[in-house]
Design a protein around this ligand. Sequence first.
Ligand SMILES: C[S@@+](CC[C@H](N)C(=O)[O-])C[C@H]1O[C@@H](n2cnc3c(N)ncnc32)[C@H](O)[C@@H]1O
Ligand SMILES: [Zn+2]
Length: 267
Amino acid sequence: MTKFICPICKEPLFGDKSLKCSNDHCFDRSKSGYINLLSGKGGNHGDPKEMVLARKSFLDKEYYRPLRDDIANTAKDITPTDATVLDCGCGECYYTQRIAELLPNAHIMGIDVSKDAVNYGCKRNKEFDLAVASVYAMPVADSSVDTAVSIFAPCATQEFIRVLKPDGHLIMVIGGENHLWSLKKAVYDTPYKNETADYTMEGFEFVGKKEVKYSIDLNSAEDIKNLFSMTPYYHKTSQSDIAKLDNLTRLTTEIEFEILIYKKVSV
Ligand SMILES: C[S@@+](CC[C@H](N)C(=O)[O-])C[C@H]1O[C@@H](n2cnc3c(N)ncnc32)[C@H](O)[C@@H]1O
Ligand SMILES: [Zn+2]
């Protein structure tokens, strides 16, 4: 059963293959299992298929397994066992899957604006309650989520506040100062370190952070390029700089993440 609500009138949705609200707004479930609740017309949005596949290929090789495990352990520590967990910008549900494994009685929901990403998420776990939707207009009831997760996805503070229960938590993941430093040095003549974060967020109390630091050995040009294509600066980089990676088949690079934990401030 889905916990998503009608994006038009905000009433609950009922049904299985075809979902309806009490006002007869109707939404079909895709073959793989997600519901398209994107309000407004238009084609696909968010990450295109080639980007989704590059990320999936990289993540499935478990280079980010330590991060995945730390995120899931953090979620487990702060979430009641039978909770509702919402991954906001879930991609192909690589991290969502581990959270679900550690919280087997939780109802796991995920939202992403990319149909291709959500499609692969459904294939990863058929039990997930997944929808194509924007984090800026989530088809999720007010005060219904125990833990929201936002991993390298757009930060929709007002929506996080709205959907979280009064004592709900938000987990956000960001890159640390030296994240991918050696990869950046391979691409840019003058690389910059990541800016240090300001942890304050309106409507939330900052509970604490976990740092995840290690290094990875990449042994193929494909993995190196896939990793670079996952970075936020990929689209801002010139083709000539990206081409510097063409003949690079081995690279050891720094991994530095911060897992930030927030608690909703009750008003
Ligand atoms: C860098 S990826 C991270 C995906 C996943 N959290 C992970 O770490 O594997 C960012 C994701 O945010 C999605 N996205 C971008 N804008 C969005 C929006 N407004 N609402 C929901 N998802 C969005 C993209 O489609 C993409 O899947
Ligand atoms: Zn409706």
